[in-house]
Design a protein around this ligand. Sequence first.
Ligand code: PLP
Length: 824
Amino acid sequence: MATKKKTDQDLQLDKDQLKASIVRHLRSTLGTSEQKASPEAWWKATAAAVNEQVYERLTRTQQTHFKKDTRAIHYLSAEFLMGRLSSNNLHNLSLYKICEEALGELGLELTDLCEQEPDMALGNGGLGRLAACFIDSLATLNYPAVGYGIHYEHGLFRQEIQDGRQIERPDSWREYGNPWEICRPESVQEIPLYGYVETVFGDKGGLKKVWHAGRKIKGVPWDIPVVGFGGHTVNILRLWESRASEFFDWDVFNAGGYIDSQAEKAQAETISKVLYPNDETDAGKELRLIQQYFFCACSIKDILRRYKRVHGADFSNFAAQIAIQLNDTHPTVAIPELMRVLVDEEGLNWDTAWGICYQVFSYTNHTLLPEALEKWSVSLFEKVLPRHLEIIYEINARFLNELVEPKWPGNDAIKAKLSIIEEGDVRKVRMGNLCVIGSSKVNGVAEIHSKLVKEDLFPEYAELWPEKMCNVTNGVTPRRWLLACNPELAGLYNEVVGKEWPLQLDKLRSVVKFADDKAFQQQFMSIKRHNKEKLVKVIKAETGIDVSAEAIFDVQIKRLHEYKRQQLNLIHIMALYRRLLANPDYDMHPRVFIFGSKAAPGYKLAKDIIYAINKLAERVNNDARIQGKLKVVFMPNYRVSLAEKLIPAADVSEQISTAGYEASGTGNMKMALNGAITIGTLDGANIEIAEEAGAENCAIFGLNVDEVKSLKARGYNPYDFYYANSELKAVLDWFDTDYFTPGRPGELSSIKRSLLEGGDPYLTLADFESYSEAHKLIDAWYRDPALWAKKAIINSATMGKFNSDRSIQDYVDRIWKLTSCSVG
Ligand code: PLP
């Protein structure tokens, strides 16, 4: 008997049904009772009840996509910084309020239960969080999409602060199980590694390459359902976990080698064990290359399996059905892997296979920092992926002969620059070059960044393929970053502009007309005040520091890197402190500087900056002379769930990177959307934020991209600024004393050294004065409550452009050419 297809209406639960389902799952899934259950058990029971909805919709989505045989995007990313899923899934299924009421009747608070969920921190920062926002938007816009990544056992390390220093602790996000993931043993893949390549005679005559792998690794897929807003489409994020190909090597075992067989298993499992904690830079380690190959090869196999289920071995539709996006260079090896599979395993000729690859792949560049452009030594490549190295040589030879030589005849310098292989003592494979050569589109992530990708990073490629280079400005999902994290402001917007804004963020623009309205200003600012009061409690609980919600909350939350310039913020706070010590009546509105930031464990200077912030905080926060006008807070273990508490409470958003270094930034968008005023350089998406909000509503300071370039070209000397500004000099000299580290002078000197003897590569001193002036402006604005409220409202109301739905629609229009597919 045919079952009747359930509509969205049929699926929607009411409060009593949800409550019954939670209690049922508490007993039958968690094996406990209402009397005994821990908050964690209640959270898992709630997730299980929600999953009944999720799975039903997931199945409907998959059946629809299969039936319609739709073109789909496959988003390959080594990182997905998902955070927590409970509140997001409830909001996207329109169940949040109902669940709150259902749990309320059971004597429970939904927000407390949500706190039980560990963050899924499978990413370092912006790049991984972008991938998470993008898969949310893809599902919301009903685009067929699969996210592919790595099921790290340990995500980004947990940061503890001990005596001011960062200590890294392992993150065990699924130690006690994760209710949002489903293991799919039926889709396990096996992938080869190491070994050698043999040339043999093929069945159809001619020569053929055979890769004899030295090892095989099993990839076990874990699926995380991705619920679109409204709950119509539920796509998946498929994360691969590595396992030994055979659980036991029975021969070794029978020969008495139990320990050896276990060692092999442990080695295989190492591949997906830990996320590399380097944001922006790369270690170039064998394990990292294997991680990259592992998830790419599993994903390519998975994509082919799904394609062949419908089309068999006829690849003529492959490029029409499949789009693959490479999120940075981490998944580049997917290009030679697809070539290998098509040529060696499926028997396609080179040109046909290359034609397919070229159409299928697109690449997003995330950084211009030279240390972040991945390169692998040829010898490592040869050892781990011998067949891929051959394929890369072939791609390179054809590219240089067929495209570069005709365009720049006899020009060896250009050939050397554009080659995938870097010559030198250690020959290297340049993954960025391979990406550009093997992709039909290359995009940067903000207007200015895309321009620099085209003009400075890849100018010759842009000359060869002008149509290949494009821009897609990043975005953030307004569901997580406003609706869920700032419910009061979301409620106000619902009243004023209606409930469509989470899908059409541009609708908020109509709020601009209330920017001068006293009653609206008062409502808006009292919501900010309430969010600040909530944060005051979190700060007290996490750090023991007392702060007042009366003060300006000035927030810098992002990875610690010299180019992001937390050191600029630090020296400016020290300058304020000096001003207050010199003149206790120094006229400023009380300010709380709040930091949240992890440093890569091997990045010594970054860790020293964290230490300096904490030592400064100890001194400033306990100095009665300054009458509480200045407070410094370092919030340990910055992560998505903490960002969700900090962002709604921020008055000032610090976006102070050296111009030309921050590709886009996304924290900048989130804070402005929640009514913070940006103090920032003309870098990345700050430029577009200032365009949308109006430059007069941001505190822009510092050198712009061209000025940075020309100062560097002229020869930047930080000592010029050190000697020219007595306050700056005094602040830098302070680092050499024991003022902040009593009895231990010199503990903070590395920061001064980096800014003077180290040459100050990120021009911190050059921008100090203008930064300090911008802060005076912020102070003056804040003392005029109506002016501040107006600017804050305008910032929040004009961030429509930075909806990640808009970014995804740009990808669809400019790159992926997908058709949206309604489900249900
Ligand atoms: N880390 C987390 C947890 C985030 O939520 C974000 C973005 O909001 C980032 C890092 C990236 O921040 P930024 O764009 O300021 O570098």
